[in-house]
Structures are given as structure tokens and as C-alpha cells.
Ligand binder design. Structure first.
Ligand code: SAM
Ligand code: DTB
Ligand code: SF4
Length: 368
């Protein structure tokens, strides 16, 4: 199935009508050729274009902060070749049942006190049982009470399950397409691209916002990145949140020994995502621990305006809060400490605190 037909399954209308910097005419879906032309631009031209689009729709010095918590860890029946949580690979991961409500709320309070605006709960399920959804819905309501935006990623959902989560107060549902329709079968065989599009449709129909992106650095070609981003951009509407993950290579998984993707190819992927989905949040997601500060700054330049924030992703480490706060301070970036619909506030106080600690080696990045 081509991205165009894949997109057509979930959307009646193309989504790029809001773009002003696009090569596509209004009311036409993005074509692969147009997206390929963006990828082929000289890097400086691409960055300039992406930053121009970014400034038309967003505060260029503001970054949304989402914290993650794995609420059910490992023992997943799926075979996603990148994933430490698949029961098929020996990754040494300690499996955990669904976390009790009080522990989830405790973690959400810590995320909030660190400055996160959104709390995302992840579970290693192929698809949750109705009882699981009930339990997560309770957690969502409790986290929402704290004044945080809520997000969950639990695997495939039925329409009723999506409705249940929506009515508990879930703002976003994360379900990634991961890669192009063509490359997908090389990475996952236990569920199809169409299954994923169906869940995305159920989420959209329920009224929740869609968080959907993918992973780069899985051995895919530029054509596959074109295919992923074209499919995402042609969902209608495009996902409100687009996580772009750089593969975290986990020993024991089939993708553990791959070469790193060229840093500039990663930055290009962020820039093209920004141009194709001008109003979406584009999240610089997994893989930041391996990126230096200059690369992250180039990703912000390319239009990334959201981060996973906190010492842990789901099962692997992330950049530390102190390091991020210090980086924001050095770049003059405001971390959005509140949901988008509340008064904006910055992390200046936290940044000062982090800089103090950072100078003492507290975050591991050392004095600047
Ligand atoms: N089990 C659910 C599912 O697959 O939909 C939810 C959790 S799953 C871990 C969420 C997403 O994390 C995956 O779709 C993938 O995009 C991302 N992810 C998992 N392992 C990763 C890795 N090693 N590197 C980068 N991203 C990864
Ligand atoms: C997403 O796109 N990336 C996050 C989140 N959605 C759930 C997960 C990244 C996981 C990285 C490997 C791990 O920590 O297990
Ligand atoms: Fe399971 Fe999700 Fe990991 Fe795939 S990505 S193995 S579905 S936890």
C-alpha cells in the first residue's frame, strides 16, 4: 500500500491546507516527490525553510516538556525489532506488572515538580484488555487532577477503549507508525501498518489528540523516511504531536549492531517533519542521551519544539533534568512548564538551580 492510499484509509481530506511554505497546492496531499525534494535540499536551505515555517506557527524559543513513565514493563508478545520490551529478545530487562495507582501519581508529581507539562504513561502491551483500560483510565484521571496534560501509549485500541480513555481525561494517545509502509515488515511482523492506522483512526474519532511519529536509524533508506513523513503529514488532520526517535540500540535486539545514522540525516528528518506539519509539535524524542548539545540545538533550529524530559524514557536513560535545564539556559529556551491552554511560564528559576548544580558537576555535563 502506498502512503497516499494508506492515508486515504484514515482521512477523507489531505492535511496540508494550512501550510504557507509548502510546495504543494492547497487541498492536495503531499506527494512523495515533493517530500523527497525537501530532503534533497542543501542543509542550510532546508534549515532556513524549516525555521521560517516554525516561526510562522510557534514561539521559536519555547519547548514543550513531556515526561515518560513505564507503567507496565516488558514481556510483550510483539516482535518489534528495536524494542527492549519484546519477550522474544534477551535484553535482560526486569519485567513489571501494571504499576499501582499511587506509584503512578507519585511519579507524575515528581515530573510536575521538575517542570514537565505533560505526563505520558507507556505499557508494553500488544493491546490492552478492557480491565487494563479501566485501571489506566483511573490513573489518567488522577494525573489530570495534578494539572498535567496526559498521554498514554498502550498498544492497539478498539473504538470503545479509545472512548473510555477519552472520557477519563486522556488528552493524547501515542501510537507510532515507526517507519515507511514499505520498510515496516522488516521491523515488525506481528501487527500490520493497517492495524496501526486503524488504532489512530479510533483515537481520532474518540476526540483525543494524536501523538504519532517514528524511529530513524533502523537501517532504513531516505526513501523510507520520505514514506514515513508523507504518511504522517497526509493523515487528516496531521498528528498534533510527532515524536521523532533516534534508535536506542539495545543489546539483544535484532537492531543492536546497526551503524549510527548520520547526524545531519536525523536533523533533516526533523526539518522536513516541521515543514510538512507546520502546526504540530515535533518532538526530539529517544536518543538524546547520545546527542551532543550542538546537535540538539540544530534540531531546535530545524523546528523541534518538544522533548522527552526526565532521567528515564521507558526502560532506558535520557538526558538529565539538570543537563536539559542548563542547555535551555545556554540557548535562551523556555521549557513549557504548563499545558498549552494555561498561562505560560518559564523554567528560569529551575534553570538557575540547574546551572548552579551543573557547575558543580551535578548533571555530568561539567562547567561550561
Ligand atoms: N506497546 C505499545 C506500542 O508499541 O504501541 C506502547 C509502547 S512502545 C515502547 C512505544 C514506542 O516507543 C514504539 O512505537 C517506538 O516508536 C518507541 N521505541 C521503543 N523502543 C525504542 C528504541 N529502542 N528506540 C527508539 N524508540 C523506541
Ligand atoms: C515515543 O515515540 N518514544 C517514547 C514514547 N513514544 C513512548 C518511547 C521511547 C522508548 C525508548 C526505549 C526505552 O526507553 O524503552
Ligand atoms: Fe511491545 Fe510496544 Fe515494544 Fe512493540 S514497541 S515490543 S508492542 S512494547
Amino acid at each position: 500500500m502506498t502512503p497516499q492510499t494508506a492515508a486515504a484509509k484514515t482521512s477523507a481530506q489531505p492535511s496540508n491546507t494550512q501550510t504557507t511554505e509548502s510546495n504543494a497546492s492547497p487541498n492536495e496531499a503531499w506527494t512523495r516527490e515533493q517530500v523527497e525534494q525537501l530532503f534533497d535540499l542543501p542543509l542550510m536551505d532546508l534549515l532556513f525553510k524549516a525555521q521560517t515555517v516554525h516561526r510562522q506557527h510557534h514561539d521559536p524559543n519555547s519547548v514543550q516538556l513531556s515526561s515518560l513513565l513505564s507503567i507496565k514493563t516488558g514481556a510483550c508478545p510483539e516482535d518489534c525489532a528495536y524494542c527492549p520490551q519484546s519477550a522474544r529478545y534477551k535484553t535482560g530487562l526486569k519485567t513489571e506488572r501494571l504499576m499501582p495507582l499511587d506509584k503512578i501519581v507519585e511519579a507524575a508529581k515528581v515530573a510536575k515538580s521538575n517542570g514537565a507539562g505533560r505526563f505520558c504513561m507507556g505499557a508494553a502491551w500488544r493491546s490492552p484488555k478492557d480491565g487494563d483500560v479501566e485501571a489506566v483510565a483511573e490513573a489518567v484521571a488522577a494525573v489530570k487532577e495534578l494539572g498535567l496534560e496526559t498521554c498514554a501509549t498502550l498498544g492497539m485500541l478498539t473504538p470503545d477503549q479509545a472512548d473510555k480513555l477519552q472520557s477519563s481525561g486522556l488528552d493524547y494517545y501515542n501510537h507510532n507508525l515507526d517507519t515507511s509502509p514499505e520498510y515496516y515488515g522488516e521491523v515488525i511482523t506481528t501487527r500490520t501498518y493497517e492495524d496501526r492506522l486503524e488504532t489512530l483512526n479510533n483515537v481520532r474519532e474518540s476526540g483525543m489528540k494524536v501523538c504519532c511519529g517514528g524511529i530513524v536509524g533502523m537501517g532504513e533508506t531516505q526513501q523510507d523516511r520520505v514514506g514515513l513523513l508523507t504518511t504522517l503529514a497526509n493523515l487528516n488532520p496531521a498528528p498534533e504531536s510527532v515524536p521523532i526517535n533516534n534508535l536506542v540500540k539495545i543489546p539483544g535486539t535484532p537492531l543492536a549492531e546497526l551503524e549510527n545514522i548520520d547526524s545531519f540525516d536525523f536533523i533533516r528528518t526533523i526539518a522536513v517533519a516541521r515543514i510538512l506539519m507546520p502546526t504540530s509539535y515535533v518532538r526530539l524524542s529517544a536518543g538524546r542521551e547520545e546527542m551532543n548539545d550542538e546537535m540538539q540545538a540544530m534540531c531546535f533550529m530545524a523546528g523541534a519544539n518538544s522533548l522527552f524530559y526526565g532521567e528515564q524514557l521507558l526502560t532506558t536513560g535520557n538526558a538529565t533534568v539538570n543537563h536539559d535545564q542548563h542547555l535551555f539556559e545556554r540557548l535562551g529556551i523556555n521549557g513549557q512548564t504548563k499545558p498549552a491552554n494555561q498561562n505560560s511560564s518559564t523554567t528560569d528559576g529551575l534553570a538557575q538551580q540547574a546551572q548552579d548544580q551543573c557547575g558543580q558537576g551535578g548533571c555530568g555535563c561539567g562547567p561550561q
